[in-house]
Design a protein around this ligand. Structure first.
Ligand code: COI
Length: 354
């Protein structure tokens, strides 16, 4: 139930009824702000996760030969909680993250929490840290579930013990550009994923693998890297931390999920939102040449939400899409975020109110 008096103004209401952490809430970026609690649940190989618990947020102890440290047996997830204007907290599609973690765990030979365990753990962690959920309009609480082989191994094998952990951090914009367009460079040598590999699951190694190209791109002033498929070096895959969409007229195209592309929950949601707004959405092979005559390009992800692309550089040639956010990206961003923040009616039944 709302703790607010109907006539109270937003700022009055918060200061009177909701205890917030004492930090600067304006201009949150995407960096770790330690909070009060983390959630931990363990299980043995071949076993199932039983009851987890909240602990004070802090360092964890790992055996030096833990599977995750030595052989990268680990997965992560990312989702967000928003504070509504009435002070209540909304999660966005947490069961989708639970399902994606289960798919990834199967690929990485790990046991995973059930969907119910995952969602309950997320709820418990957010509620235990509720003073860190930013005020409405100031950002969100980023929720980071991890699943890792925490037991010791020396020879290459699945770890004998697994840890499921959730920590949270209040965040604002992922890119320093905010909602201003980002500038991407197409990577022509290094690849993020290969057919039959792990590009389609959220394993930690996929993210370490992009750091070299990302660092080089940033050193040249680009915001991030756009990857091509490693077989033809011709079809768009994704950006280091998000999926990509190309707009031409009323048609919005995005690379189809075929094992090398992360099945983003924001990607999937934007496809549904775009269709509900009358756009034709195509999931297919999208050639790098299509960037040349696109009207707009934008990225989607939990962290980046919807991020407009201002320019893309490919083999030394730069294609520009304009200085501001494109009309299509703006429309989809607005519809999605109003839903996530509880400002529009959730006809899709995507949000979970705490
Ligand atoms: C997310 O968008 O939640 C991600 O997991 C991407 C990460 C690199 C921040």
């Amino acid at each position: 139930a709302s703790p607010l008096r109907p006539s109270a103004t937003l700022s009055d209401s918060y200061s009177e009824t909701i205890e917030l952490a004492d930090i600067e809430w304006d201009n949150l970026g995407f960096g770790l702000q330690p909070t009060d609690y983390m959630y931990i649940m363990k299980c043995t190989h071949g076993g199932t996760f039983s009851k987890g618990e909240l602990q004070r947020f802090g360092n964890i102890e790992l055996n030096p030969s833990a599977g995750v440290l030595n052989y990268g047996q680990g997965l992560f997830e990312g989702l967000k909680a928003y504070r509504k204007q009435n002070g209540n907290i909304l999660l966005f599609r947490p069961e989708e993250n639970a399902l994606r973690m289960r798919t990834g765990a199967e690929r990485m030979c790990m046991p995973a929490p059930s969907v119910e365990q995952f969602v309950e753990a997320v709820k418990d962690t957010v509620l235990a840290n509720k003073r860190w959920v930013p005020p409405a309009g100031k950002g969100s609480l980023y929720i980071r579930p991890l699943l890792m082989g925490s037991g010791p191994v020396l020879g290459l094998a699945p770890a004998p013990e697994y840890t499921f952990l959730i920590y949270v951090s209040p965040v604002g914009n992922y890119f320093k550009e905010g909602l201003a367009p980002i500038n991407l460079i197409v990577e022509n040598e290094l690849h993020r994923a290969t057919p039959g590999g792990t590009g389609g699951v959220k394993t930690i190694g996929n993210y370490a693998a992009v750091l070299k190209a990302q660092s080089a791109a940033k050193a040249k002033g680009y915001s991030d890297v756009l990857y091509l498929d490693c077989v033809h070096k011709r079809y768009l895959e994704e950006v280091s931390s998000c999926n990509i969409f190309v707009v031409k007229g009323n048609v919005i195209s995005t690379p189809s999920i075929k094992g090398t592309i992360l099945p983003g929950i924001t990607r999937k949601s934007i496809i549904d939102v775009a269709r509900s707004q009358g756009f034709q959405v195509e999931e297919r092979l999208v050639s790098v040449d299509e960037l040349l005559d696109a009207d707009e390009v934008f990225c989607t992800g939990t962290a980046v939400v919807v991020s407009p692309v201002g320019s893309i550089t490919y083999l030394g040639k730069r294609v520009a899409y304009g200085d501001g956010i494109g009309v299509v990206a703006q429309q989809l961003y607005t519809v999605l975020t109003r839903l996530q923040m509880g400002l529009a009616e959730d006809e899709m039944n995507w949000t979970v109110e705490l």
